[in-house]
Design a protein. Structure first.
Length: 199
């Protein structure tokens, strides 16, 4: 692509047009959003005027280049990513633990010099016995006035025995219950297993 040649003769502008363009250039040159852009255009056309009229922009460019170089050397972006991951771990734990437990986990993390919040939570749970509350089964509601009933046991005739009848012949009642359990297992096998395994 051929390099564009500069204008040989300046455009003939009347006084009002010159004043309008001068005013526009002044606004663009002093507005924070457009000053650097205008400076870049001036640098392309007239580097000498750029260096005298836009010293602040030139200094800012040098400073930004120096800061980028320094951040790359110090890996600031890597540290920011690590800090973001650190904050995300803490926020995830805060969904499951209360403020007091988070403070305890943080104390464990500080004491052992850990960066990983999950590892600190594991140690905290081991030390205090306070596991992850979301992994615990819910406590059943207490049942008031609950009574325990003796399980029904059938006699040899298949009729249920009351507790007195069961207690009067413990050996016979136990043997009868055992035989009934064996019969139930045999019936189950006959229904579910192939004929080769039935007997």
């Amino acid at each position: 692509m051929a390099e564009q040649q500069p204008l040989q003769q300046p455009l003939q502008l009347n006084a009002q047009q010159q004043a309008d363009l001068a005013h526009l250039a002044f606004i663009l040159g002093h507005h924070p959003k457009t000053r650097a852009g205008l400076a870049g255009l001036v640098k392309e056309i007239d580097p000498r005027r750029y260096s005298t009229s836009f010293r602040d922009v030139a200094e800012q460019e040098k400073f930004d280049a120096y800061r980028r170089d320094l951040e790359e050397r110090l890996d600031v972006s890597g540290m920011r990513a690590a800090a973001a991951a650190h904050d995300a771990q803490k926020a995830k734990l805060a969904e499951r633990y209360g403020e007091e437990q988070i403070a305890g986990i943080d104390a464990v993390r500080t004491r052992y010099g850990l960066k990983d919040w999950n590892a600190a939570a594991t140690l905290y749970a081991a030390e205090t016995g306070a596991g992850d509350p979301t992994l615990r089964p819910p406590r059943p509601d207490p049942v008031r006035d609950a009574t325990w009933e003796f399980p029904t046991v059938e006699g040899r005739d298949g009729k249920p025995l009351d507790f007195k009848a069961f207690a009067s012949d413990l050996r016979g009642s136990s043997l009868n219950a055992a035989y009934r359990a064996i019969d139930e297992i045999q019936n189950f096998k006959n229904r579910t297993l192939s004929p080769a395994f039935q007997r």
